[in-house]
Each structure stands twice: as structure tokens, then as C-alpha cells.
Design a protein around this ligand. Structure first.
Ligand SMILES: C[S@@+](CC[C@H](N)C(=O)[O-])C[C@H]1O[C@@H](n2cnc3c(N)ncnc32)[C@H](O)[C@@H]1O
Length: 158
């Protein structure tokens, strides 16, 4: 499983997600343009020294990312507040790319249209969205549980 960030614009959130990727051994893809430089102090503070441990692939544009995806053939799984499939109902594959939208505007319609699946984390009526790093952690946890993490009946049993 991989995580891709579409034109991230809040450095603290991006740093937090990359730290999670380092800890969970998940490859991170950043689709440029980002709204901040990698030298941004908020980005570096949120990612701390974990940024040296994460595998980051940068794509200069959505077009370049699409070319990479065509070569690898992996599924694109979009997390969106407009999704119709609750994220826990989806059957993830190890090669899936979880795509998260911009904090300010999500992803454009043409990007949403090419996704193989559009998943939602249902929230209370009248509330808009979760913080992107929280959304990423929730869905990454479920995807890894289904595809990578070992289940053991003895662990956590009373
Ligand atoms: C702050 S939200 C973007 C809000 C934006 N106004 C929109 O409607 O897409 C940033 C990203 O976090 C993810 N996200 C946040 N809440 C979500 C939810 N309830 N379900 C699925 N994805 C969510 C999506 O990838 C979203 O593009």
C-alpha cells in the first residue's frame, strides 16, 4: 500500500503523514505543486527526523503521476468526502495507492473521475471533513490490517 498526496498545501499535515509513512513502512508519493518548500520549518518540525526514514517519490505534476501509475498498473483509491463507499467496506490490495486531496479543495473532478474507487469516512451530519492526516491514518490502518498486518487470536485476548 502507498499513500499519495495531491498538491499538499499545509506543511504540518504533510509532515505528520510522512512521519506515519516512515513508522508504518509505507511509500509516500507527493504530487506537485505543493504549497510549501521542503525546507519549510513547519513541515520539518512535524516530520522531525522521521523524514529521513520515509521513502518519498515526487511527481512534478498530475500528468507525471498518471504516467507512473500507468507503468505500475496499480489501483488508485481516492479518499473523498464525496465518496459513496465507506472505507471499511472496501477490499484493499497490497499495491493500492491511497490518494488524498488538498486540504483546501480536495481533488478536481477530472482526478476523481479516473480513480478506481472513491471511499468516504462517514462523519456526523452537518460536519464537513476530517483533518487530512487523521483521514490518512484511519484508512491506512484499515488497508494495512487487510493486506499486511498479521492477525493473531492470542494477541489482545482477555
Ligand atoms: C480537509 S479535507 C478536504 C476538504 C475539501 N473541502 C473537500 O471537500 O474535499 C482533505 C482531504 O482529506 C481527506 N478526507 C477528509 N475527510 C474525509 C472523509 N470524511 N472521507 C474521506 N476522505 C476525507 C480527503 O482526501 C480530502 O481531500
Amino acid at each position: 500500500m502507498r499513500i499519495a498526496l495531491f498538491q499538499p498545501d499545509i506543511p504540518q499535515n504533510c509532515g505528520t503523514i510522512l512521519r506515519m509513512c516512515a513508522c508504518l513502512n509505507v511509500e509516500a508519493h507527493i504530487i506537485e505543486p505543493a504549497g510549501f518548500p521542503v525546507s519549510d520549518r513547519h513541515f520539518r518540525r512535524a516530520g522531525m527526523d522521521y523524514l529521513d526514514q520515509v521513502q518519498i517519490v515526487r511527481h512534478d505534476s498530475w500528468t507525471k503521476f498518471t504516467e507512473w501509475r500507468d507503468r505500475t498498473g496499480c489501483r488508485l483509491v481516492l479518499l473523498t468526502t464525496k465518496g459513496l463507499i465507506p472505507y471499511w467496506q472496501f477490499r484493499y490490495e497490497q499495491t493500492d495507492v491511497l490518494l488524498l486531496g488538498r486540504e483546501s479543495a480536495g481533488v478536481p473532478d477530472e482526478v476523481a473521475a479516473v480513480a478506481d474507487a472513491r471511499l468516504v469516512i462517514p462523519v456526523q451530519a452537518g460536519l464537513r471533513s476530517l483533518n487530512i492526516a487523521v483521514a490518512a491514518a484511519m484508512v491506512a490502518g484499515e488497508a494495512l490490517r487487510q493486506t499486511s498486518w498479521q492477525t493473531s487470536t492470542s494477541q489482545g485476548a482477555p
